[in-house]
Design a protein around this ligand. Structure first.
Ligand code: ZN
Length: 83
C-alpha cells in the first residue's frame, strides 16, 4: 500500500488466500461484488475482473453476453498483484 493505486488485498483466511478487491480499477467505485473465488464485478461500470496468475484481467460484458478485454486500458503495474 504505497501509492494507493493498488486496490487488491490478499489475506490469509484459515489457510486459504482470500482476494479482496477494494476499489474498481476503472471507475474507483467501491461497489464491487464477488462473483467467484477469483472473480469480481463492478456494479457501477459493469466490468468483470478476474485474477489469472499474478495479474488482474479486466473484461467488459457486452450486451450479447460476450466479454471484451479491457486490459489495454490499464498499465501492467495497475493490474499486477502484490504478493
Ligand atoms: Zn467500476
Amino acid at each position: 500500500m504505497n501509492s494507493g493505486k493498488h486496490n487488491i488485498i490478499l489475506k490469509l483466511n484459515s489457510g486459504e488466500i482470500e482476494i479482496m478487491l477494494m476499489r474498481c480499477p476503472n471507475c474507483s467505485s467501491k461497489d464491487i461484488g464477488k462473483i467467484g473465488t477469483q472473480q469480481f464485478y463492478c456494479w457501477n461500470c459493469f466490468i468483470e475482473m478476474s485474477i489469472s496468475g499474478n495479474e488482474l484481467t479486466i473484461h467488459q460484458v457486452e450486451s450479447d453476453g460476450s466479454l471484451s478485454s479491457l486490459n489495454d486500458l490499464f498499465t501492467e503495474e495497475e493490474r499486477k498483484l502484490e504478493w
